[in-house]
Design a protein around this ligand. Structure first.
Ligand code: DC
Length: 228
């Protein structure tokens, strides 16, 4: 069973997806990390970020892998071609680089195949921008998770403070979130938009636990319907 969670940057998708997966006993796939890993490799290699051929080759040929820490069911460590990039893909430089790279159809096509293969392996919570619309249009549960721009910027600043890197300047973070929203929504291939049958959840002003429970309940209802 696939639980698809789409939505804009900073809506809390990663935290929610990992917690939902843990509660349901599912695996979890962070597709944004895959785009970030490709962008990181392109930056390292000095590849122009609009070079569809070279970026597409990275997405096709470099293996992206996720690993668990011992005792943690959620895979949080990210590797590309054997290099660990868990922290390196979360910098402001990669925040900027990932938008043009993820807009390239050559990159999207390569990662789409990988995402479908991974998801076919079992029960997954998959988070991204186009999971319910393109990657898994038949997902049992589709959620479009949003929050106001301001709340998303506040959360991102708090997250950057906690992890000790990334911008902690609220205005800068807010501007970056708005820039990425415009880029993700405006691109031609797989733009950020809710699937027709997605359940919209606006997390502004809600405790994250409420959002997690609401999505778990949707998944349980779907499992119940499937068992009838
Ligand atoms: O969720 P995130 O911020 O880590 O995603 C990084 C970038 O990747 C984001 O700018 C949009 C893009 N992305 C995408 O285009 N499609 C996805 N399924 C996931 C992420």
């Amino acid at each position: 069973m696939i639980v698809a969670i789409d939505g804009p940057s900073g809506a809390g998708k990663s935290t929610v997806a990992k917690a939902v997966a843990k509660k349901l006993g599912f695996s979890c796939l962070d597709t944004g990390a895959m785009y970030r890993a490709v962008a990181w490799r392109a930056v390292q290699d000095g590849v122009p970020l609009d070079d569809a051929e070279a970026c597409g080759r990275i997405a096709r040929e470099k293996e992206i892998a996720f690993r668990h820490e011992a005792g943690d069911p959620v895979p949080r460590r990210v590797f590309i071609d054997g290099d660990e990039v868990t922290d390196a893909i979360r910098t402001a430089e990669i925040d900027r680089a990932v938008s043009p790279v993820s807009a390239l159809p050559s990159v999207r096509e390569a990662l789409l195949g990988q995402q479908r293969r991974i998801g076919a392996a079992g029960d997954f919570v998959v988070e991204g921008r186009d999971i319910g619309t393109v990657v898994f249009p038949d997902a049992a549960v589709k959620v479009f998770l949003t929050a106001s721009d301001e709340e998303r910027a506040h959360r991102r600043v708090r997250q950057n403070v906690d992890r000790g890197f990334g911008s902690i300047d609220y205005e800068e973070v807010l501007a970056d979130i708005r820039r990425r929203d415009a880029y993700d929504s405006g691109r031609k291939t797989a733009p950020l938009k809710p699937a027709d049958d997605a359940v919209h959840i606006d997390s502004t002003g809600h405790y994250i636990e409420e959002v997690i429970e609401a999505i778990c309940e949707l998944a349980r209802q779907s499992q119940h319907r499937a068992a009838l």
